[in-house]
Design a protein around this ligand. Structure first.
Ligand code: HEM
Length: 134
């Protein structure tokens, strides 16, 4: 068991995720999973051919969301996750494909197992809030 501050308090999660560099690696692995997993084909195709901006946006968003610096709003302005996905058709299968990419990405990160579990539970919340059909 990890004796540091509990995840979710202050910037404990941001630190557990390896700060900006660690989160960038996680996001790179997330988009690699999205490019290779059969069940993620549909959500991959919702994105632009070039994923550079998506990588930058998700990396910056997760930094702030995990209690670290608000790098997304610094560069791109304010964001509400359900609104940001309103123009996309996201049902349970798209939500689950997104979460599967994240789970696959987490398997290759040097994180504590309890942090991986914590993150998957927490990410379910914005993923479910992005769903707009089914
Ligand atoms: C539920 C399944 C999800 C799907 C299928 C999905 C898909 C997408 C797509 C296709 C884009 C690019 C939109 C565009 O360029 O028009 C996008 C943007 C984005 N997504 Fe998701 N997403 C999902 C969940 C999430 C979650 C859970 C988060 C955060 C934890 C997230 C964070 C973002 C951010 C920060 C952007 C950039 C928004 C912007 O600046 O406009 N997404 N998403």
């Amino acid at each position: 068991m990890n004796m540091n501050e509990p995840y979710g308090s202050g910037d404990a999660s941001y630190k557990a995720a390896g700060e900006y560099d660690g989160i960038k690696k996680l996001v790179d692995a997330f988009y690699s999973a999205m490019e290779s997993l059969e069940e993620a084909k549909k959500i991959r195709n919702m994105h632009s051919a070039n994923l550079e901006e998506s990588r930058d946006k998700l990396t910056r968003f997760l930094c702030g969301w995990l209690g670290g610096p608000k790098l997304y709003s610094e560069k791109y302005g304010s964001i509400r996750i359900p609104v940001a996905h309103r123009h996309l058709e996201i049902g349970t299968s798209e939500r689950d494909a997104w979460l599967k990419c994240m789970k696959t990405a987490l398997e290759t990160q040097p994180y504590e197992d309890d942090f991986k579990e914590y993150l998957m539970k927490q990410l379910y919340v914005p993923a479910e809030r992005s769903r707009n059909k089914d």
